[in-house]
Design a protein around this ligand. Sequence first.
Ligand code: ADP
Ligand code: MG
Ligand code: ZN
Length: 501
Amino acid sequence: MKESHSQYEAVIGLEVHAQLLTDSKAFCGCTTKFGSDPNTNVCPICLGLPGVLPVLNKNVVEFAIRMGLATYCRIAPRSVFARKNYFYPDLPKGYQISQYEEPICTAGYVKIDLDDPAPGEFFKKVTKRVGITRIHMEEDAGKSIHDIDQETLVDINRCGIPLIEIVSEPDLRSPHEAYLYLRKIRQIAVYLGICDGNMEEGSLRCDANVSVRMKGETSFGTKTEVKNLNSFRFVEKALEYEINRQIGVLEERGAIDQETLLWDADRGITYPMRSKETAHDYRYFPEPDLVPVFVDQSWIEDVRKNLTEHPTTRRDRFISDFGLPWYDANVLTEEKGIADFFEREVNQISKGGDQAKQKGKIKLVANWVMASVLNELGKRKITIDSFSLPSGRLASMIELLVDGTISSRISKQLWDEMMESNEDPKSIVERKGLTQISDEGTIEKIVVDVLSRNQSQVEKYRAGEEKVLGFFVGQVMKATGGKANPGVVNAMLKKKLSEVR
Ligand code: ADP
Ligand code: MG
Ligand code: ZN
């Protein structure tokens, strides 16, 4: 928002569509596989041929319940499918099966974290609760493909793929909050294993509703809706643009049209899709081909019992059980696969010894995951699921580091070796002779040699230029191939230099 607009406030509510990871479609047995040849994953039901009957896929209901429970919704014991009627070439039936007045989940919330605490801080200060109005089940439409010859082709493969739509309360107050909310929804859905969260492939799409009002105002202004945003950045950008546009209209004493807009990413503007006059009347009515969905308490409890640990709960557990700072716990639990990897390695760390030492090792595992593992994934452009480091390898490298077998400098070299050879760290250390040199006699000889070869630097040190010490350390490290124990080297250098003095 512009500086001159600071007396205004934005009001935002998101409608998020998440494609469900079921094997088959919502109402027929067709596969949901992405990337098949056009119009190959189809049958009379999802083609909407006359006389066919849809049969509800039970997993769709289970996935919706999972999301509902993870967002603290009420799960309706009875919910109803409805027909949403509209004409479009990618919708052969002429209607979409959705839920309308009686959705499966209502009245939940998610918590978002508003400010990042500094690294090292243990607790997040400001969290905000964003209301979830409803979550309902529905089927996706097909896809129109506009080819270069100005012809439009249609691919029905996506017709009937199950979605849940998650509708938020108008609780968000800035594009950044909308971004944080969407990330949280994505994180939860991916953790639950109900959606792959892939926005580029359209597995997660978002309609953003936004209005502006004067700060302090209690009623809402007229909203516009920006449809089909398929990246986090577009959500933020489109909202920023739209907020400024609406304020501009109000400043000119104009009125906001309640309209549906599209985002033009190339030009960075929104433009109207359809106006109120031509707005659709979907003529919703209960789907006559499907009975209501009944969910009994024992089913809900069963789903609850098998629910993946909530990412936020897991983050808080990482803080309390492992003594990690908030920042680390947050990074490590952002993705379930990373959190699983981290915990797997922590479980391989040898127990016993005092608690402080144990926590020190765990913190080292955290540091290595956040730096080296994430870096490696980025370099190879892979996700953690394809990262095939055998269980316990990182943990045993950390043990070698903590018990002084290797220096921290050598640990970096060792890690690179591990990435290349897929060999156990212990055997790499043995094979390459990477064991740290801590023997004082050995180090003393090298230190004496380095000092005698660098007399002018010794003079400088004597004259009070203490930073020369770093130069000497570097020389000793060079002479030992990085294997010298830095603590012993430092002490020995200081001792010898004071003798010289
Ligand atoms: P519609 O009937 O136009 O779809 P809904 O009341 O169902 O509108 O709300 C759709 C979305 O718009 C919800 O996420 C809701 O939070 C949001 N919303 C509703 N009113 C406003 C408003 N005045 N400003 C911003 N967002 C709003
Ligand atoms: Mg809407
Ligand atoms: Zn089908």
